[in-house]
Design a protein around this ligand. Structure first.
Ligand code: NAP
Length: 292
């Protein structure tokens, strides 16, 4: 039987509808829509596309897009001052600094300048700490999107063996924490792990975020596993692929995310969700995704 496809586009569209409805319902009380400020610095072409996509997503759900584009030579102090201005701006609920930044800039210092409650990407150390402690706060968007896909598909996590391949602060670490908080038993593999195949074959839920095209094949996967592919790579001949060899793994898996159309669309949606949630909290409105 073919694996269930975990369709990120469909779920992202459903979440967007819920967020748009929450904005419409909350507007009279809040007196303004939620606002997201995406700071773009310099002219990295991929960043221009990502930022345009985020701005389009804001418009789709009725959210104000308040970011700015700054020249590549902008000094660190000016960007930190801009972040402080946005922190104090009552129309802004979420702020993110689009990476990568030009070489002279210190992205960590910019992240630290953010008001943690306006941290749309959920990557401020305070928010990672809140995740460790199981306290509410903006969550890292990609792992939060993976959790939403697993929840939507009814994948049982309590007591399940989960393996996360990758331990980055952006994906692997928060992913492992979120799975653990859902009562899975989690192993984290990285580039020094011995016998990756044996480790990943133990997984009932396998999340791959290694950034290595085609790293995971049939030999790595336990039959009946749920496989989530976070990796995203441009193929030489055009198109995208992930860290998982989809054609090989799909016949074995119970459920699998495609690339594209799996985790990717959920990442942008969770960015919107973090921002709309911050807006709702500030105006004492209900959580827009409390029961998606
Ligand atoms: P990263 O910072 O490069 O981290 C990669 C992690 O994978 C590291 O922890 C590394 O181990 C581990 N790793 C690398 N090669 C490995 C191997 N052969 N075996 C086991 N582990 C290995 O990457 P990232 O930012 O987490 O992103 C991972 C992938 O997800 C990339 O393809 C990225 O483009 C994609 N991504 C997608 C989305 C989305 O929305 N779909 C969002 C974010 C990222 P060490 O720690 O030992 O170096």
């Amino acid at each position: 039987m073919a694996a269930l496809r975990l369709d990120g586009r469909a779920l992202a569209a459903r979440y967007e509808t819920l967020l748009a409805e929450a904005i419409t319902a909350g507007l009279p009380r809040a007196g303004r829509p939620p606002g997201l400020a995406v700071l773009r610095v310099g002219d990295d072409p991929a960043s221009a596309v990502y930022v345009a996509n985020k701005e389009k997503a804001c418009r789709r759900i009725g959210m104000a897009s308040l970011g700015g584009h700054h020249p590549a030579a902008t000094p660190q102090a000016d960007l930190e001052a801009e972040i402080r201005r946005l922190n104090a701006d009552g129309a802004v609920d979420g702020i993110l600094v689009q990476l990568p930044l030009p070489g002279h800039l210190d992205s960590r210092a910019l992240l630290m300048a953010l008001d943690p409650d306006k941290d749309a990407d959920g990557l401020h150390p305070l928010n990672l700490g809140r995740l460790v402690c199981g306290e509410p706060g903006p969550r890292s968007c990609t792992p939060a999107g993976v959790m939403a896909l697993l929840r939507e598909a009814g994948v049982p996590l309590r007591g399940a063996r989960a393996v996360v391949v990758g331990r980055s602060v952006l994906v692997g670490q928060p992913m492992a924490l979120m799975l653990q908080q859902a009562d899975a038993t989690v192993t984290v593999a990285h580039s020094h792990s011995r016998d990756l195949e044996a480790l990943t074959r133990e997984a009932e839920v396998l999340v791959v975020a290694a950034g290595r095209p085609g790293l995971i094949g049939a030999a790595h996967v336990r039959p009946g596993a749920v496989v989530v592919d976070v990796g995203i790579h441009r193929r030489e001949g055009g198109g995208l692929c992930g860290d998982v060899r989809f054609e090989e793994v799909e016949p074995l898996a119970r459920a699998i995310t495609p690339v594209p159309g799996g985790v990717g669309p959920m990442t942008v949606t969770m960015l919107l969700a973090n921002t709309v949630r911050a807006w709702a909290r500030r105006h004492a409105l209900p959580d827009p995704l409390a029961q998606p």
